[in-house]
Design a protein around this ligand. Structure first.
Ligand SMILES: [Fe+2]
Length: 201
């Protein structure tokens, strides 16, 4: 199946947002962002309630993040929204499962296929605790809207807000707590199994 114009709009928005970042930790992800290849898979569409938090969250964006937020909002009903955890895994709360989700744009399972990098959007509703977890890949969160208190490695918990870049080294425990607004993040993974399920505890 050929790539739709709408899909390319999303891809370009995700890629360009990564490439335009000036924070130095993003630099080492840029070669992989720029090298997404031409492979595309029709992953279909899947709905999660978290997708509907996007429209309200846009007002908490800033001039640097709003274009990307609006692009995702326009496409939210045709994206494949997913979660990494199930209730029976018993690793995250029911409240988190009710109000979080992510849509991957670049990754090893598509829709745009990369063996080098994983990129997409994640949405976490108000008052969610994402328990500390870890994975082999190094990770960046760029906050598109809202804020959360992040606990990464041995560092003190710190509030990060719209526009901030949060870097997590490989195999480093990390977690966060949202406040009374939804948190929307742009995520990047590289240098590890790009679909590894995080371990907890
Ligand atoms: Fe992570």
């Amino acid at each position: 199946m050929s790539v739709q114009i709408a899909d390319l709009e999303l891809l370009n928005a995700v890629r360009d947002f990564g490439l335009m970042q000036t924070h130095p930790v993003v630099d080492k992800f840029k070669p992989a962002i720029d090298d997404w290849g031409n492979d595309w898979i029709d992953v279909g569409q899947a709905y999660l309630p978290a997708a509907n938090l996007l429209d309200d969250a846009i007002v908490n964006g800033n001039p640097q993040t709003r274009d990307l937020l609006e692009t995702f909002a326009r496409h939210k009903d045709r994206l494949y929204w997913e979660q990494s955890y199930k209730k029976e895994d018993d690793v995250v709360s029911d409240a988190m499962l009710a109000a979080y989700g992510f849509a991957e744009i670049i990754g090893k399972q598509g829709p745009f296929v990369s063996e080098r990098i994983r990129a997409g959007i994640g949405i976490y509703g108000p008052d969610i605790v994402y328990p500390r977890h870890q994975h082999q890949a190094e990770e960046i969160y760029i906050i598109l809207a809202g804020s959360a208190k992040f606990k990464i490695g041995a560092a003190e918990e710190a509030k990060r807000s719209t526009g901030d870049v949060v870097y997590v080294e490989s195999n480093t425990p990390h977690g966060f707590r949202t406040n009374d607004q939804s948190l929307v993040i742009y995520y990047l993974w590289q240098a590890g199994d790009l679909r590894q399920i995080s371990s907890f505890g």
